[in-house]
Design a protein around this ligand. Structure first.
Ligand SMILES: Nc1ncnc2c1ncn2[C@@H]1O[C@H](COP(=O)(O)OP(=O)(O)OP(=O)(O)O)[C@@H](O)[C@H]1O
Ligand SMILES: [Mg+2]
Length: 351
């Protein structure tokens, strides 16, 4: 072994571990250096806009991607695509990584996190897709290589030396605090399209997954969006443009043809119905074991949208930082796998 190899082994690339949770709704990304990114998993082709709009990262991102042998691609990504994009693309496909959105949001997130890194990457998949798609996603990302520039910044070469895929929900469970010493602890991750559940049986200082309780339910916040869209059409005869969805969900109101529509009562009811249907489907899938769960950790951005849910699942508590919990759990798994000094890195990040 020459001295350079020895040095590489002795000083692992701890700063290069990244975790990206490419959700159907939002892309969440964290680095071992403590940086965080979150934006809607949406893009459109870029077009000319006033410079002030382009330079402000808070309104979304302009992204240039150059893949080998292909023409340079120019995109609006995240909020900028929602606000200004035409022919916006997002995906609800079961095999997400085969849809063009996947690579565009992944490359954008990585370029925003660590412009210099050529690193090790942790990503996730819904529990039900994990076995089928885990290998194909790993190969797909290992073959991904591009020069990327975001918000007019310098071009960065992005390629990953190592990739690991982790089940969603299991990632979030890695950052749950106050785990019971015995009994079943479950985690319910309410996402945009899917709700992922994982469960562990704890006792005698060990833990084992309860396979029959590790499931994905095809239900999430997209159903609230659909209910809102249907109600808006019923009231106005017009489609609610996507750019107003978040605003209506936050305020319950929207101006339409000189009249302010109040949808807050409708939304309160719709949230209850969707929370009830998610809880019922989880409890039905868990069957008899549901009665023996001692704690349910609630994760995913969806638990912030459905506050009723915690009353419907016995022993439920909302995890700290629920929308980032999978990304943080993936980062923790990656640091443990790839870094010699994992403990000090995890302590620094309070993981
Ligand atoms: N602070 C918040 N308050 C209310 N709702 C929120 C908040 N943050 C996120 N959400 C909502 O939570 C939903 C789910 O977010 P999350 O990022 O967990 O989904 P996802 O991971 O993209 O979806 P999936 O897991 O299905 O791929 C989003 O549709 C978003 O509208
Ligand atoms: Mg998710």
């Amino acid at each position: 072994m020459n001295s350079q190899e020895a040095q590489i082994c002795h000083f692992p690339q701890k700063e290069h571990v990244l975790a990206v949770d490419v959700g159907y709704g939002y892309t969440k990304a964290v680095s071992a250096q403590g940086k965080r990114i979150c934006f809607p998993s949406i893009f459109s082709s870029a077009r000319d806009l006033p410079l002030a709009e382009l330079s402000d990262g808070r309104t979304g991102h302009t992204v240039t991607i150059q893949r080998e042998g292909l023409q340079t691609e120019h995109y609006f990504v995240g909020d900028l695509a929602v606000k200004e994009g035409r022919s916006v693309q997002y995906t609800l496909d079961d095999v997400k990584h085969k849809h063009p959105v996947h690579d565009v949001v992944l490359l954008t997130a990585v370029a925003l996190l660590e412009p210099k890194a050529n690193g090790k990457l942790m990503v996730g998949l819904p529990v039900d897709y994990y076995r089928e798609q885990g290998q194909s996603l790993t190969h797909h990302i290992q073959n991904l290589s591009a020069m990327v520039s975001v918000n007019g910044g310098p071009e960065t070469k992005i390629h990953f030396d190592d990739v690991m895929v982790y089940p969603q929900g299991a990632g979030a469970l890695l950052v749950a605090t106050d785990m019971p010493v015995e009994g079943i602890a479950a985690l319910v991750d309410v996402g945009h399209k899917t709700t992922d559940c994982v469960a562990l049986e704890l006792g005698n200082g060990t833990s084992r997954p309860v396979q029959s309780m590790c499931i994905s339910v095809e239900a999430g916040i997209v159903h609230l969006h659909q209910a809102l869209a249907e109600e808006f059409i019923k009231l106005t005869g017009t489609r609610l443009p996507a750019v107003y969805t978040e605003q209506v969900l936050r305020t319950g109101r929207v101006w339409f043809r000189g009249r302010e529509l109040d949808l807050s009562l409708f939304l309160t009811e719709a949230r209850k119905v969707i929370a009830r249907s998610i809880a019922d489907r989880i409890l039905a899938a868990w069957g008899d074991r549901a009665d023996f769960v001692c704690r349910v950790y609630l994760a995913g951005g969806g638990v912030l949208e459905l506050p009723e849910l915690h009353k419907m699942l016995p022993g439920a508590v909302v995890i700290t930082d629920p929308q980032f919990s999978n990304a943080l759990g993936f980062l923790k798994a990656g640091v443990i796998k790839w870094c010699d000094d994992a403990n000090s890195i995890l302590a620094r990040h309070k993981l």
